[in-house]
Write a protein that binds this ligand. Sequence first.
Ligand code: C2E
Ligand code: SIN
Ligand code: SIN
Ligand code: FE
Ligand code: FE
Length: 364
Amino acid sequence: MQRTSSELLNFIFLRIGEIATSDGDTKLHKLSEMARDIVFADRCTIWICDKAHNVLWTKVSHGVGHIIIKPDNGLVGVAIQSKNPLIVNEVYTDHRFNTDIDKQTGYMTKTMMVIPMKDAQGQVTGAIQVINKKDDADFTAEDLTHLNLATTYVTESIRSMLLLQEIDATQKELINIMSMVAEKRSKETGEHIQRVAAYTKLLATLYGMDEAEATLLSEASPMHDVGKIAIPDKIIQKPGSLNPQEWEVMKTHAVLGYNMLKNSKRKLLQTAAIIAHEHHERYDGTGYPRGLAGEEIHIYGRIVALADVFDALNSKRVYKDAWKLDEIFLHLEKQKAKQFDPELVDLLLSNKEKFVNIQDKVHA
Ligand code: C2E
Ligand code: SIN
Ligand code: SIN
Ligand code: FE
Ligand code: FE
């Protein structure tokens, strides 16, 4: 019972939509269902630390009522005290397991995985516990990785809820999760993602976008290649050039990414959908997937196209070496009004040092 990366991504996307539009206890319940289902467990409990009373309480759990335990109690307590995740596949052989809850509920715990939730300062704020992997299987290191993705999201959701913040923070966290999942496949580093975001912000600002929109665009830009997650490894990691069939498959990443993102009502994900769709369109109309030209291409697509290629040329890929800076600038000049919006190329070429500064700050 495992999912491929693209199944995992689709699974998370499906749930996120529902979670984002619910609130209060319903939201927590959906979060715990997501954590449970992501690792094929029977139950999931979200424990929240109550600093003032030095106890842990369950906000949501499957099959368990409202239970309060001491934070040094049982396997959940061990994970919280040590600040480390824990997998125990036969809890009754582990003396640290606290049998009280099973006694109260009549439920038989066999396998357990716990991940502490931490705030930005590294303080533990609670834990996510999943119990009994389906079909009597054991929890694996891969399950731990998947539950970790869910935990990042759950922690951020709870924090936003507790602080009554706008859901934006959660969306940003989600974008990071998705970009991480996509990255694993494309071998592009997290630094590529950071640099594209920084070039995007700078281009948008030079273009005259206001701070809020430039920030939105820059935060959505890491998702431009999220569709690559569904492209086979043997194509993505091919050292040489792609043959025509492989190229047809590769080009689908733009529409695949768009389809993954387009149904979200959230502004950030809608922005990301436009970018995923249009970042390979070319100003002269010869790009893909739709062959849009000039201002038919959304300004978001035009900006990220330039930011992405500037960084791709600067970087070594499995299929090519990094280019020299003067070659890159010459190439961009030649591609004015062909591949790229001429106005954006002029802005980049008249602010070279600002772009090079970003490149130097975020090393490849
Ligand atoms: P990527 O490596 O992130 O490159 C993004 C875009 O940067 C490319 O979009 C292209 O517009 C530009 N670019 C990158 N390297 C070069 C280069 O050496 N010369 C020129 N003129 N432009 C370059 P494109 O072409 O639509 O490719 C999309 C994605 O397809 C690439 O993303 C990469 O993952 C893959 N790809 C493209 N060509 C090859 C290839 O020859 N071999 C392999 N294995 N993958 C390729
Ligand atoms: C424990 O963490 O050891 C007991 C708590 C539980 O089974 O839910
Ligand atoms: C889209 O559907 O990709 C966004 C709108 C546009 O085409 O400019
Ligand atoms: Fe792309
Ligand atoms: Fe890219």
